[in-house]
Design a protein. Sequence first.
Length: 356
Amino acid sequence: MTILRDVIRADILEITSYPIPDATGFIKLDAMENPYALPWPLPDQLSKRLAQVALNRYPIPHPRSLLDKLKFSLQIPADCDVLLGNGSDELINMIATACSKSGAKILAPAPGFVMYSMSAKLAHVEFVGVPLNVDLTLNMVAMLKAITAYQPAVVYLAYPNNPTGTLFNNADIERIIRAANRSLVVIDEAYQLFAQSTWMSRISEFDNVVVMRTVSKSGLAGIRLGYLVGLPSWINEFDKVRPPYNINVLTQTTLDFMLDHLDVLEAQAAKSRKERSRLAEAIGELSGAHVFPSAANFLLVRVLDATAVFDALIGERILIKNVSKMHPLLAECLRITVGMPDENTQLLATLRKTLH
Ligand SMILES: *Cc1c(COP(=O)(O)O)cnc(C)c1O
């Protein structure tokens, strides 16, 4: 259709959107979801709250009391403001939009979270990926050189990183923050409940740091909610590119409800952390498997033949993610989300049959 070429941007036409597989009937260990459901009686209580929501009204654009509750419940520093996004994916897009000056660049270690480069592309901002070391730690020489050479508008540091699970060294991060003193450094703490380590309390030590989080990996991927925490001057600018009413009423109400039950999500994360250790140890004992250290709710595992292992798991109706083709440093690597104990046991059984 030539009309497509007339209408749609050439760089958009070139994107091959990768298909998200239908996981119906599968053990789903591909997307870092919390595998545990909300325990009784929370679903009943929540449904009563949701039934009272005025669906005919637009959501409150700046839900002050909800934001105050969020700040209080999640130990967000008093001198910081919060911006809510429809998932942190939307916040990442808002950051790219707000920073898309002509010639601007967005920099992140590579391999990293795909949305950093995707959002840059959509906003016509150049993306600079700085390769990690082969052990998937930060290559500080390369990072500092790239920051000097490219003077990026934004530096993303996922803490811990996806898809590697690496928790970058705090002293290295501080050096990057100080070196990137003309850039905004976004510390992406999507896996904070699994890493139990945060930069949140240090935001106001610097004038160029914001912290981003999401509820997706800790049990609420379906409600699409991320939040950006930073000094009011930063948050105020990003708020200007926020689509109006971006957080729908059902999400606002669910968040309000869940903030009273964070202990439930924390207990589920604790189970996942325990399972992460068990899985890492068990997979590490299999021949031809190397497990990278992970502070997230997934493990990155290098095997001899990633496609063969992926296919063997599919044969047993277990879905993981083959990240081999994402980056040269990830050759023959699989990303396995930590599931419930019996799911992990089934995964291990298949891995034992396949790797020996
Ligand atoms: C999953 C993930 C996100 C996206 O989270 P959503 O809130 O679901 O959009 C952001 N950053 C990293 C590093 C992630 O792994």
